[in-house]
Design a protein around this ligand. Structure first.
Ligand code: SF4
Length: 308
């Protein structure tokens, strides 16, 4: 069904109706984002083949608990339906991640989770997340063989991730609950296409859902192809109306795949979180999208990860 909607929208765009459609789709200024990403760290323990981190110019750092708690206690953030504790980086590198998730749950947040390569999980952390009430965990894993996995997730160990996911699943089952939901995101790329059909049989017994994502979103395709994609999908990106990413140092971006924070809409060190949402900068970026002037935004001009 989703796919059919996408085709309809894009056909209309190809008929030159894109700007009108976008004005209709995004006519409201949302009071709050639907999802907030909190970047507990932008450090990573891997050098994955498809990752754009080689172009990361931001300083590497870790959010301190003081800042984290001030975000969680902020009235603007309370009630947001989905809090994701990652952005650019591996969240399990943060020594306080278990404490952070537990803190969110004690403050009444309904849906919290994070995406991870999973390699730094262990029994103690897994039990901490399960007992602390984590709602979902997303494992980022490709392939069903050591050869494929380790050729992509450079620095990762296939046996280790397999062991960690199996243990997490076992501990969740033993806890008697259905939470956290165990999800897997797996990139469809040249190196993985031959194993995509094996994913369900191999990982299915240990995860609740597997989502296969075309890797073009994460930069496997070249610049020329990026331009083709942008030309074929000339519409506004809903990130600007639905998501907010609070980076580890307190800067706020409107996009969760904004590697270097160039879509900055504010800084919680110099103002409230609520003022960043619908701020003048945010309005400017939205207007640029609504008029399809994507080339005026460094992060967006070659992005093919546009959220429809
Ligand atoms: S077009 Fe790409 S970079 Fe721009 S807001 Fe959307 S996802 Fe982010």
């Amino acid at each position: 069904m989703k796919k059919r909607n996408r085709i309809i929208v894009n056909t209309a765009h190809s008929l030159g109706m894109g700007k009108i459609l976008d004005r209709v789709r995004f006519r409201k200024e949302p009071e709050k984002p639907k999802r907030v990403f909190i970047e507990v760290t932008n450090a990573c323990n891997l050098k994955c083949k498809m990752c754009d981190r080689k172009n990361l110019t931001r300083k590497i750092g870790f959010m301190d608990m003081g800042m984290f708690k001030s975000i969680v206690e902020d009235e603007f953030i309370k009630g947001i339906p989905n809090i994701r504790l990652n952005d650019f980086g591996e969240p399990l590198l943060h020594p306080d991640l278990v404490e952070m998730t537990t803190y969110l749950k004690t403050r009444g947040y309904q849906k919290i989770g994070f995406a991870t390569n999973g390699l730094l999980l262990n029994r103690e952390k897994s039990e901490g997340f399960i007992n602390g009430g984590l709602d979902y965990i997303i494992f980022s894993v490709e392939g069903t063989t050591q050869q494929t996995y380790e050729a992509i997730r450079i620095g990762g160990k296939f046996e280790k991730i397999r062991e960690n996911i199996k243990l997490f699943h076992k501990l969740r089952e033993e806890s008697g609950g259905k939470k956290p939901e165990i999800l897997m995101n797996s990139l469809l790329m040249t190196d993985t296409k031959d194993e995509v059909n094996e994913l369900e049989g191999f990982w299915g017994p240990y995860v609740d859902n597997i989502k296969v994502i075309p890797c073009s979103i994460y930069g496997e395709i070249d610049a020329a192809s990026h331009k083709d994609v942008r030309a074929a999908y000339p519409h506004s990106c809903k990130q600007l109306w639905e998501n907010m990413a609070i980076l580890w140092n307190g800067e706020v971006s409107t996009c969760c795949i904004d590697l270097n924070g160039s879509l900055k809409i504010g800084d919680i060190n110099n103002g409230s979180i609520s003022t960043t949402w619908n701020s003048a900068l945010q309005q400017k970026y939205r207007e640029i999208h609504l008029t399809h002037q994507f080339h005026n935004l460094k992060a967006c001009k070659n992005c093919d990860g546009i959220w429809v």
